[in-house]
Design a protein around this ligand. Structure first.
Ligand SMILES: [Zn+2]
Length: 303
């Protein structure tokens, strides 16, 4: 079964030879900066000035986007469903079609944002790939993208677009930028620039080198590192009020925020288990027990 119709894509073929770069946005339907940025990137490289091919998919998960939510109505998180399967539910079929695109590319970028419920510090991340050549290319792509944080994490996570790229030895990075359900122009602009910076580093386009914006490079090989949804879970359903700001430094034991019931009779105070930088912070006040409230990037792991 050919499900390629599921992915609306634009392919720009340069008149000169070069690599094939694939860029995804909207793997999650409520992450908007990537979608706007990729549509803008589609207008950038003139085929006569492009070495190689760029394939752009601004909204990988259109059923989720149309619902205004992270996931489509089968309730599966596409970023846990790769490589998907033909003939499965809508998310599984999208995963299958998207996996074929990833395996056919030479390099891959997957753009994300915090979605409606979270805000994330701008970062470019990659898996700590077992193949040294692939790992080195990923490190270079992540640095070239030129966001403030470069973050290498466990290569053991499954179900991601990057898991498919890992298994196919396609050098791949993902990026995060703010979120909270809005589309910031600064994020769109940073993503457009980042994609073009990577294309420059791959020799696909000519453009001036940007001033280096990377502030922190961290690599964390622990098995669940990079899994942003399992950190500092809410102890109960309720109303979350953060006590920290995104990007702030916290020490272990510092108050991250509190969760209250309707009348405020029960208040659970959440203290940080780690010292480091507030990398991800819940911004949507309604929380359910187990929801991630914050992720701390342990700066002790920084290089
Ligand atoms: Zn996402």
């Amino acid at each position: 079964m050919n499900d390629s119709y599921l992915l609306q894509s634009r392919r720009i073929e340069g008149t000169q030879p070069g690599p094939h770069l694939l860029i995804f946005g909207g793997v999650h339907g409520d992450e908007f900066e990537p979608m706007a940025a990729i549509r803008r990137v589609a207008k950038e490289p003139q085929p006569s000035r492009l070495r190689g091919t760029v394939t752009l998919v601004p909204v990988v998960n259109e059923p989720a986007f149309l619902r205004g939510q992270r996931m489509a109505d089968d309730g599966l998180d596409l970023a846990r469903t790769f490589p998907g399967r033909p003939g499965g539910s809508i998310t599984e079929r999208i995963g299958h079609a998207a996996s074929a695109l990833i395996r056919g590319a030479d390099f891959f970028i997957d753009l994300h944002a915090g979605g409606t419920t979270m805000a994330v510090l701008p970062l470019a991340g990659y898996m700590l790939h077992a193949n040294a050549t692939v790992l080195d290319q990923q490190r270079r792509m992540a640095r070239a993208f030129n966001l403030p944080i470069v973050w290498g994490t466990s290569s053991e996570l499954e179900g991601r677009s990057l898991s498919v790229a890992r298994d196919a030895n396609v050098p791949a990075i993902y990026c995060e930028y703010q979120g909270s359900g809005i589309c910031r122009e600064e994020g769109v602009a940073a993503y457009v620039d980042g994609c073009l910076n990577v294309m420059r580093s791959l020799g696909m386009v000519d453009r001036p080198a940007p001033p280096d914006a990377v502030q922190l490079v961290a690599e964390d090989p622990r098995p669940s590192s990079g899994h942003l949804q399992i950190n500092n879970p809410s102890p109960m359903d309720g109303f979350f009020e953060p006590a920290v700001r995104l990007g702030e430094h916290v020490a272990a034991g510092d108050l991250l925020g509190s969760v209250s019931d309707a009348l405020g009779d029960r208040v659970e105070r959440m203290h940080s288990r780690e010292s480091g930088l507030v990398l991800l912070l819940r911004t949507f006040p309604r929380v359910l027990a187990g929801d991630t409230l914050a992720v701390i990037l342990e700066t002790g792991a920084a290089k």
